[in-house]
Design a protein around this ligand. Structure first.
Ligand SMILES: Cc1ncc(COP(=O)(O)O)c(C=O)c1O
Length: 372
């Protein structure tokens, strides 16, 4: 319906994706890890679309990570396989995981407790299949996972390998602590320490006679600036790099031209007494994720470094000049502004459809999966 039209025709707020930038981001990551001899297992959580999954896997539809079972089913139903559900096993979803493990060639789950392992053992898979189980290790990220220094972590890995219902597929650490870095050097420090910790952990396992076939770390900052030792890993699992965003640019993962997504919004109000414009994008169109941390507020207003998105309610956004008086004649009612999101995963999650464009012309739409 939209193909061939210009972006200016879109109903706003509209989430737009520059497909050429997406393809370039995907190819760079593929080339980077091919050169290091490491398998790229891209995460689908940022976009949750089949089209991007296809691009990120270079058309193989194999070897992906998901963060929800809705994603797992969505990709499995479209012929994707070798899917890692990288989320601490939720006990209410063991049956659904079993159905996926029984129907796919490889459906991997992740655990970080003896209790989760017991849940898997109690639900034996059909046809003598074994559960493919990754141990989630916390290498100072401080979210999920057994701490890499905890002797219980080695014990749990050994236990997974020993049981007849399960197979140790690998060890997985997410270095989300790269998100508090500023600049490439700081990112490399975290990438190096996570890599060292996970490799040491795997070597301790091997010394204890337990084969650990895979080691995986990753985040968009660390995979955008991999340290040479990451070549000793078997896999990496970044996801956000496909779109990037203002946060990644501030951290130092990417440049402005690498950000593939925007939210288009229209001016719907002029309020000279408040020196303020109103736009039709509230937090349901872009999210409050930035908490106003950018100098330009909740987003970057493309082409207008003098403007700030100062606040939002559900469907309204308030824009003021960073300083001085606003020239309202530059922003007539109905005119378009383009917002660069702070966190593209959060912004994408707010939109039921993405408008895909190339050189300013719409080439189609992508429909993400939603829910859990
Ligand atoms: C467990 C896990 N793995 C991989 C990723 C991908 O990291 P990024 O979004 O930095 O690319 C995430 C992102 O939050 C994650 O939570």
């Amino acid at each position: 319906m939209w193909a061939g039209q210009t972006l200016t025709k879109l109903p706003t707020p509209a989430f737009t994706v520059d497909v050429k930038v997406v393809q370039r981001n995907a190819q760079r990551m593929i080339d980077r890890f091919q050169a290091l001899g490491v398998q790229l297992r891209p995460h689908m959580k940022t976009h949750k679309t089949l089209e991007c999954g296809e691009i990120m896997t270079a058309g193989t539809r194999r070897c992906i990570v998901v963060s929800t079972l809705a994603e797992a089913r969505f990709y499995a139903d479209s012929g994707f396989d070798d899917i890692l559900y990288a989320y601490p096993l939720p006990f209410d979803k063991v049956e659904e995981c079993a159905a996926l493990a029984e129907r796919l060639e490889a459906f991997h789950v992740l655990v970080d407790s003896q209790e989760a392992l017991q849940q898997l053992r109690q639900r034996k898979l059909a046809n003598s299949k074994r559960w493919l189980v990754w141990l989630k290790v916390d290498c100072e990220n401080g979210r999920a996972g057994v701490k890499h220094t905890d002797p219980g972590a080695l014990e749990l890995a050994k236990e997974i390998a020993r049981q007849e219902e399960t197979e140790l597929a690998g060890v997985y650490a997410h270095c989300g602590n790269t998100y508090s870095c500023s600049g490439q050097q700081a990112i490399e420090v975290v990438a190096q320490s996570t890599t060292t910790s996970i490799l040491q952990f795997a070597s301790q396992l091997e010394k204890a006679g337990v084969k650990c076939p895979r080691t995986s770390i990753g985040s968009t900052p660390s995979c955008s600036h991999p340290v040479p030792d990451m070549g000793k890993l078997t896999e990496v699992h970044p996801g956000n790099y496909i779109f990037y965003d203002a946060q990644q640019m501030m951290i130092g993962s990417c440049k402005m031209e690498d950000i593939a997504v925007r939210v288009l919004t229209r001016v719907i109000g002029h309020y000279p007494h408040r020196n303020e414009l109103l736009v039709d994008c509230g937090w349901t169109g872009i999210s409050l994720h930035s908490l106003g941390k950018l100098p330009s507020g909740y987003a970057i207003i493309e082409g207008h470094p003098d403007l700030k998105l100062v606040g939002m309610t559900q469907e309204h956004g308030r824009i003021q000049p960073i300083s001085g008086e606003l020239d309202f004649s530059k922003f007539p009612l109905g005119s378009l502004l383009s917002l660069i999101p702070y966190h593209s995963c959060a912004t994408a999650a707010m939109h039921p459809v993405y408008y895909i464009h190339s050189d300013g012309k719409i080439v189609g739409t992508w429909t993400p999966t939603r829910g859990w």
